[in-house]
Ligand binder design. Structure first.
Ligand SMILES: Nc1ncnc2c1ncn2[C@@H]1O[C@H](COP(=O)(O)OP(=O)(O)OP(=O)(O)O)[C@@H](O)[C@H]1O
Length: 312
C-alpha cells in the first residue's frame, strides 16, 4: 500500500503539488490525469524520491520512504517513462539486466529473468536479447523499457506517459500487455497519462489533478456519475459520458437469457464494443459467450442503450 500523506512540493515558494493525500491499494492500477503542469510527474516522482517533498510523507507498506535506502527504493519501485530511456550502447538483454546487476544477482538468475520478461513481452529472447535499441521498432523499444522497469520484480511500477509516443494500434497492444503483466506479477501501478481513454481502460482508480491539487480520486464510474468539479466534467468530456460508462462495463454484465444470430461477443469485452458490434452488423442482439466459449445468453441494443443513459 502507498500512503501519500499531505504531500507538498514547492519550487521557489510556489506549490506545484499542494497538500495531496491519497491511499493507493496494493495490486491496483491508479491513473493520474490532469492538465499540463498540474503536478502529475512531480507527484509520482516523490514516491520513489526522484523528487524530494517539501512537506508531508509517503509511506510504502507503512514505512516512510525517506528511511528506505536508494538502492532498496529502486528495487522496490520500477520506473518507466515516455521514450523508454534505454541505454543505446547496451543490448536489449543488458538493458533489462541493469537493476539486477546493481543488486548483485547471479548471472544465472539474471539470465533467467531476462528470458522470462522477453518471452512475456513477446520478444523472442534469442532474436531480441542481443540486439541494440536502435535495431528495434518504437513499440518494441517501449516494451523493453517496461521489461527493464520490471526486472528486479518491483512491488510498485511508476509509469510516466509510457505509451505517449506510440501509434494507436501499437498503443492498444501495449495497454493490453500491461494489464496482463500487472495481473501476472500483481504489481501496484501508478501511471500518468494525458489520454482519458487510456485512463478509463487501465484504471482501478483515477486521480484528477488541477493546479497541484487532487480534485477527485475514485473509480472511473464514480468520475462519470458524479464529477466533483466542472474541471473533472470537462476532462471526462460531456458528450462522451455515455461511452465512458459503456467502456468500463463488461458485455457479460448486460447479458440476459435468450438467443441471437451471428458472431458472438465474449463476456469480458466492454459494453462499448458490444454497442459497436450491434451497430456495425445491423443486429438488435448479439450472442454472449464465456471466456471458454460457452453460451451465456444475449445482449440487446435496448439493454445497452439503457445502460448508457444518464444515471439517476
Ligand atoms: N525542477 C523544477 N524547478 C522548478 N519548477 C519545476 C521543476 N519541475 C517542475 N516544475 C514546475 O512544476 C509544475 C508541475 O510540473 P509537472 O512536471 O509535475 O507537471 P505535469 O502535470 O506532469 O505536466 P505535463 O503533463 O506537462 O508533463 C510545472 O509548472 C513545472 O514547470
Amino acid at each position: 500500500m502507498i500512503e501519500i500523506d499531505a504531500i507538498t512540493k514547492r519550487y521557489d515558494g510556489i506549490a506545484v503539488v499542494d497538500n495531496v493525500s491519497m491511499v493507493i491499494e496494493p495490486r491496483t492500477v491508479t491513473v493520474v490525469v490532469g492538465t499540463s503542469g498540474s503536478g502529475k510527474t512531480t507527484l509520482i516522482r516523490m514516491i520513489n524520491r526522484l523528487v524530494e517533498a517539501t512537506e508531508g510523507a509517503i509511506r510504502l507498506d507503512g514505512e516512510d520512504n525517506r528511511s528506505i535506502p536508494g538502492y532498496e527504493l529502486r528495487r522496490r519501485i520500477g520506473y518507466a517513462i515516455q521514450g523508454h530511456g534505454l541505454f543505446p550502447h547496451r543490448t536489449v538483454a543488458q538493458n533489462i539486466a541493469t537493476v539486477p546487476g546493481l543488486l548483485g544477482w547471479t548471472k544465472a538468475r539474471t539470465d533467467a529473468k531476462v528470458e522470462e520478461l522477453l518471452t512475456l513481452f513477446q520478444l523472442e529472447p534469442r532474436t531480441f536479447g542481443p540486439r541494440y535499441p536502435h535495431e528495434l521498432s518504437g513499440g518494441q523499444q517501449q516494451r523493453v523499457g517496461v521489461a527493464r522497469a520490471l526486472a528486479a520484480e518491483p512491488n510498485v511500477l511508476l509509469m510516466d506517459e509510457p505509451f505517449g509516443a506510440l501509434d494507436p494500434i501499437i498503443r492498444a497492444k501495449a495497454q493490453e500487455d500491461l494489464l496482463a503483466i500487472q495481473k501476472h506479477f500483481a504489481t501496484t501501478i501508478v501511471l500518468v497519462t494525458h489520454d482519458m481513454n487510456e485512463a478509463f481502460l487501465l484504471a482501478d482508480k483515477i486521480a484528477v489533478m488541477d493546479k497541484g491539487r487532487v480534485v477527485q480520486y475514485g473509480p472511473p464510474a464514480e468520475l462519470v456519475r458524479a464529477p466533483a468539479t466542472p474541471f473533472v466534467e470537462t476532462l471526462i468530456g460531456d458528450a462522451e459520458r455515455p461511452f465512458r460508462l459503456l467502456s468500463i462495463a463488461k458485455a457479460g454484465a448486460a447479458a440476459e437469457p435468450g438467443e441471437a444470430e451471428g458472431e458472438p461477443i465474449r463476456e469480458d469485452r466492454s459494453q462499448q464494443e458490444a454497442l459497436a458490434d450491434l451497430i456495425w452488423s445491423g443486429r438488435d442482439a448479439l450472442p454472449v459467450i464465456s471466456r471458454s466459449g460457452a453460451p451465456m445468453g444475449r445482449v440487446t441494443l435496448d439493454a445497452i442503450l439503457k445502460r448508457a443513459a444518464r444515471p439517476r
